[in-house]
Ligand binder design. Structure first.
Ligand code: ADP
Ligand code: ZN
Ligand code: ZN
Length: 818
C-alpha cells in the first residue's frame, strides 16, 4: 500500500504538502517528527510531519522525502492542536506558526547561512569526515549557504551533518548572537562591624597612630560616610584618601574595613548555592492565594489584581511550588525580556536549577537545549520563564501558567505572522493542558477586568503594599502656569527640581519618565515652518543630538543635521518638543554632581544594553535614570524614592481608543517604581492639563473609576471588550494601486457586514520604507460568529487576489489588534 505524509512547511502556504514515504519509513514516522523534503525546483526545507495516511494528492505527484531527521517527535500532539488554534484564530498559515515556534536550528533549509563559531576551539579529531569537510571549507570562506555545503560534501542531504555541527558548536547560523553577560561587580567598602561605635572608632584611630596612611584611609571613609548615605566604592575611597589598593587591602585583611558587593551576578546561576525557603505570605497575600486556588478548582482562568509592590511575585512562588511538587511543569510569561534579569535572580533563590529561561535573544543551541529539556520533562526545565515565544515549548504536563503584567500590549506580536497575543494564546494553551492560568497586574487591561467582573474569570486582589508601605504620594504640577510665569528651568518645574534635590541629598535615586526618545522630535525652520521629513516614510525626522543627526524612527534613514533649511535656505532652525536625550542633558546641567543614565531604545540596543543599565542603577552606580516606557514594566528598584513624569500630555493625545487606559496603566506603573521598600515615595506628574479626568484617576489610584468610564465609552462606540477588532492592512509601493485595492476590499466587506467596517484609512504614518499603507477595521460584535466572519474575509481575499492588478498588494490581518 502506498504511504503518504502531510507536511507543514515553514512558509506561508495555505495548505499542507503531501510527500510519499517508503514502507520502512512509515513504520518509523510519527506526527511531530521532522523530515527534510525537496520543494520547488531545487529547494530543501525542513518540514514537520502533520499526519500519515494513504491518500495520494489530487493536484500533483507526491515527491519522496529526502530523509527523516528525528528519532522521536519533537512536537507533541497537544502542541500541534495549539498551533492550529493560533493559525486559525490569528488568520495565518500553520507554516508561519511553525516558523515562529521552532528554534531556527530545527529548521535548516537550503537558504540557511552557516558560519564558523569563532568562540569555540574545535577539536579536529572529534569531527567525522563529512563534518571536517564543512569545517575546512569554512576556514576559507567565512559564510556558506546550505546549498553550497551540499556541493562540498557531494550529497543532497546535508541537514543532519549541519545539525551535528551545530550541536558540537562548530558552526553558528547567521543572524544569531552568542554571548553571555556577566555584569561587572563594583566593590564597596564600609567600616568593619567591630568599629561602628564612636569609642571603638577612636580606639582604632589611636591604635593606628603609627600607621598614618592606614589611619588616613579610615578617617576619609568616616568622612565620606558622613557626607553621603550612598555606599562608598573602593575606588572612590582610594582616590579621596590618596592611598593605594595595597593599603586598603591590608585594612580589609585586618577586618578593620569590610568589602561588599551590592548585587552578585544574577544571570548565570552556577547551581551551587542552596535554595532558600519561600517567604511566608502576609494575610492579604494569603487570602488572595486562597481565592486563586478556589477559582482554579472551578477550572477558571483567574485574574490577580494587586497594586504595585503588593507582593504578587511571592504569591506566584507559592503556586509554582505546589505545581512542581505535583511533578508538573510551570510556565511564567513576561512581556519583555528586559524584565527577566531581575525576576530570574529572584526565582533562582527558591527554585535553583529547576528554572529554564527561554526567549528569542537566546542563541539557537541554547534554545534547542531548553526545547529538549522541556520535551523530555527534565528536572532542569520544570519552571520555564520567558517572553511570548516560550509558549511554543513542548510541554507534556503543564500544571500552571502565569502571565505577569497581563495588561502589557507588548504581549501582542506585531510582525511577522502569527500576530498572536501571548496572553490569550497562553490561556488557550493552559486550557488544553487543564492547567491553572493566572493573569497578574496592578492595572489589569479593561478586557481582563471585564472578564473577571462578568464571572468568566476568577478574581483575587491585594490592595496593600507589602509591609504596608504606602503608595507614593502623587502630585500634579501645572506646567502651563509655570511656563507662563517663566518658572521652568528647561523642562523642569520648580516643584520637580526641589524634590530632586531633596531625594539626592538623602542618597536616594530618581527615575524621570519621558515617553519619547531622541533629543527633540522635530526640527523646525523659524522662517518658513518647514520640518525635514523622511524620504522613505511619511513622518518627520527626529533630532538626535548625540550623533548630531536627524533620524527616522520607522526605517533606518538618517542624515547629518542640516545647517540651513532644506526648503528656504534660512539658517534659523529650532527644535520642537523634547525627548529622553534632551532631558538627560538638562539633568546633567542642573545636577552636575549626580550620575545620570538613560534607558531607551537607543541605549539598550547592544547585546546587553538592558542588563547593563538595570544593573548599574541597582548597584547605585547611577543616581538618576531617564527613560521611556521601558522603565515602567515591573522593575523592582530598592532605592528609588522619586519618580518624575516630564509630560503626561503626549500620552493622552494618542489617537487610539486605548489611549486613556494606556495612560492610566503607564503612569500607575511608573509611579509604582517609587518607594517600594522603606519610606513612602513621591511622584511628580508635570502636565498642561492638571484637571484631566485620567490624571485625577491616576493620582487617586481610582482604577474602578477609570474602568467604568472606559467601559462606558467602549460600549458606546462598540470597541473591545464589547466587540472584537480585525485590522486589515494593505501595503503597496504604488499609491493608486493601494487606494483602489483597499477601496475594492472595503466595498466587498461592506456588502457582507454592513456598518461594522471602518475605513479604509491612512495610519498616522502612511508610508514606511516606501510602501504605502492603508487600514480597514472590521468590528465583530460578540453576537456574531468570529469564525464565520474570518471565513468571509478569507473568501473575499481569494476573489481579491484573482484580480491581477491587486495580486501584488500585501494583505495583512491583525486579529484583536492592540
Ligand atoms: P509586586 O510584584 O506586586 O510589585 P513584589 O512581589 O515585587 O511585588 O514585592 C515587593 C517587595 O516586597 C519585594 O521586595 C518582595 O521581596 C517583598 N515581599 C513581598 N512579599 C513578601 C513576604 N511575604 N515576605 C517578605 N517580603 C515580601
Ligand atoms: Zn525654511
Ligand atoms: Zn523612514
Amino acid at each position: 500500500m502506498a504511504n503518504f505524509i502531510n507536511v507543514i512547511l515553514p512558509i506561508p502556504l495555505e495548505r499542507l504538502f503531501t510527500y510519499s514515504i517508503t514502507e520502512e519509513e512509515s513504520v518509523l514516522l510519527q506526527p511531530g517528527m521532522r523530515v527534510a523534503v525537496p520543494f520547488g525546483k531545487s529547494k530543501i526545507y525542513t518540514g514537520l510531519v502533520h499526519s500519515i495516511h494513504q491518500t495520494p494528492p489530487q493536484a500533483y505527484e507526491a515527491k519522496e522525502i529526502h530523509q527523516l531527521l528525528d528519532d522521536y517527535p519533537i512536537v507533541k500532539a497537544v502542541q500541534l492542536k495549539h498551533w492550529e488554534w493560533i493559525s486559525s484564530y490569528y488568520m495565518c498559515t500553520l507554516g508561519e506558526v511553525v516558523r515562529s515556534a521552532l528554534p531556527g536550528a530545527f529548521l535548516l533549509e537550503s537558504e540557511t547561512l552557516v558560519l564558523r563559531n569563532l568562540e569555540y576551539e574545535v577539536e579536529e579529531k572529534e569531527l567525522l569526515d563529512d563534518e571536517f569537510l564543512v569545517y575546512e571549507a569554512l576556514q576559507h570562506q567565512s559564510i556558506l549557504k546550505v546549498q553550497e555545503v551540499s556541493a562540498i560534501v557531494e550529497r543532497k542531504n546535508v541537514l543532519p551533518i549541519l545539525e551535528r555541527l551545530l550541536k558540537k558548536k562548530v558552526i553558528v547560523l547567521k543572524e544569531e548572537v552568542y554571548y553571555q553577560y556577566k555584569p561587572k561587580l563594583v566593590r564597596y567598602v564600609k567600616l568593619g562591624v567591630a568599629y561602628t561605635s564612636d569609642e571603638k572608632l577612636e580606639e582604632l584611630l589611636n591604635s593606628l597612630s603609627r600607621a598614618p596612611k592606614q589611619s588616613q584611609v579610615v578617617l576619609t571613609l568616616f568622612q565620606l560616610q558622613g557626607s553621603t548615605r550612598k555606599p562608598i566604592k573602593v575606588t572612590d575611597l582610594e582616590k579621596s584618601s590618596n592611598s593605594s589598593k595595597a593599603i586598603i587591602k591590608s585594612l580589609v585583611d585586618k577586618e578593620i574595613l569590610e568589602e561588599y558587593f551590592i548585587k552578585t551576578d544574577r544571570v548565570v546561576y552556577d547551581g551551587t548555592s542552596d535554595t532558600s525557603e519561600s517567604k511566608d505570605l502576609n494575610e492579604y497575600q494569603e487570602s488572595a492565594l486562597v481565592d486563586i486556588k478556589a477559582a482554579f478548582a472551578k477550572k477558571k482562568v483567574t485574574l490577580l489584581k494587586g497594586i504595585t509592590s503588593s507582593g504578587k511575585t511571592e504569591v506566584y512562588v507559592k503556586l509554582i511550588e505546589e505545581c512542581l511538587e505535583k511533578g508538573l511543569q510551570a510556565l511564567y510569561l513576561l512581556p519583555e525580556i528586559a524584565l527577566t534579569t531581575q525576576l530570574i535572580s529572584r526565582l533562582q533563590e527558591y527554585f535553583g536549577d529547576k528554572i529554564a529561561i527561554y526567549h528569542s535573544k537566546y542563541n539557537v543551541q541554547e534554545r534547542v537545549e531548553v526545547w529538549q529539556n522541556v520535551l523530555l520533562a527534565k528536572p532542569k526545565a520544570q519552571l520555564v520563564i520567558g517572553a511570548r515565544s516560550a509558549l511554543y515549548l513542548p510541554f507534556s504536563k503543564l500544571g500552571l501558567v502565569i502571565i505577569d503584567e497581563e495588561h502589557e500590549s507588548s504581549f501582542k506580536q506585531f510582525d511577522p505572522a502569527p500576530r498572536y497575543h501571548a496572553r490569550d494564546a497562553a490561556i488557550v494553551l493552559g486550557n488544553l493542558h487543564n492547567a491553572g492560568v493566572l493573569l497578574g497586574s496592578a492595572t489589569p487591561s479593561v478586557e481582563s477586568y471585564h472578564n473577571a467582573q462578568t464571572g468568566k474569570y476568577g478574581y483575587a486582589e491585594i490592595t496593600r503594599r507589602y509591609g504596608n508601605v504606602m503608595l507614593p504620594e502623587m502630585e500634579l504640577v501645572d506646567i502651563k502656569e509655570a511656563a507662563r510665569k517663566k518658572r521652568m528651568k528647561g523642562h523642569f518645574s520648580e516643584r520637580l527640581l526641589l524634590e530632586m534635590e531633596e531625594t539626592l541629598s538623602e542618597g536616594d535615586q530618581i527615575i524621570l519618565f519621558q515617553n519619547r526618545r531622541g533629543f527633540a522630535p522635530l526640527l523646525e525652520c523659524l522662517t518658513c515652518g518647514h520640518t525635514p521629513q523622511c524620504p522613505n516614510c511619511d513622518v518627520s525626522l527626529t533630532y538626535h543630538q548625540f550623533r548630531n543627526q536627524l533620524r527616522c524612527h520607522y526605517c533606518s534613514h538618517h542624515t547629518a543635521l542640516p545647517k540651513i533649511c532644506f526648503a528656504c535656505g534660512s539658517p534659523d532652525l529650532d527644535t520642537k518638543g523634547f525627548g529622553t536625550e534632551q532631558i538627560e542633558k538638562e539633568v546633567v546641567g542642573l545636577f552636575p554632581d549626580a550620575k545620570v543614565g538613560r534607558m531607551d531604545l537607543d541605549t539598550t540596543r547592544g547585546k546587553h544594553g538592558y542588563e547593563k543599565i538595570i544593573t548599574a542603577f541597582e548597584q547605585q552606580e547611577l543616581d538618576i535614570l531617564v527613560g521611556t516606557q521601558m522603565l515602567t514594566k515591573g522593575l523592582d528598584f530598592r532605592n528609588v524614592n522619586l519618580v518624575g513624569v516630564m509630560n503626561a500630555d503626549s500620552l493622552l493625545n494618542f489617537p487610539d481608543y486605548r489611549a486613556h487606559e494606556r495612560t492610566y496603566q503607564l503612569l500607575t506603573q511608573v509611579s509604582g517604581r517609587a518607594g517600594r521598600t522603606k519610606k513612602r515615595g513621591k511622584v511628580i506628574i508635570q502636565t498642561y492639563n492638571p484637571f484631566h479626568q485620567i490624571l485625577k484617576q491616576v493620582t487617586n489610584s481610582d482604577y474602578e473609576g477609570m474602568y467604568a468610564e472606559q467601559l462606558y465609552e467602549r460600549e458606546q462606540f462598540k470597541y473591545p471588550p464589547v466587540s472584537r477588532i480585525i485590522k486589515v492592512t494593505f501595503k503597496h509601493k504604488n499609491y493608486n494601486v493601494l487606494n483602489e485595492a483597499a477601496d475594492w476590499f472595503a466595498g466587498a466587506l461592506r456588502a457582507n457586514f454592513g456598518g461594522t467596517v471602518l475605513g479604509p484609512e491612512y495610519p498616522p504614518v502612511a508610508r514606511i520604507r516606501n510602501q504605502y499603507l492603508k487600514h480597514i477595521m472590521v468590528k465583530v460584535q460578540k453576537v456574531q460568529s468570529l469564525a464565520q466572519t474570518k471565513a468571509n474575509i478569507k473568501r473575499i481575499e481569494t476573489s481579491f487576489k484573482a484580480i491581477s492588478m491587486y495580486r501584488s498588494v500585501r494583505v495583512i490581518y491583525n486579529v484583536d489588534h492592540v
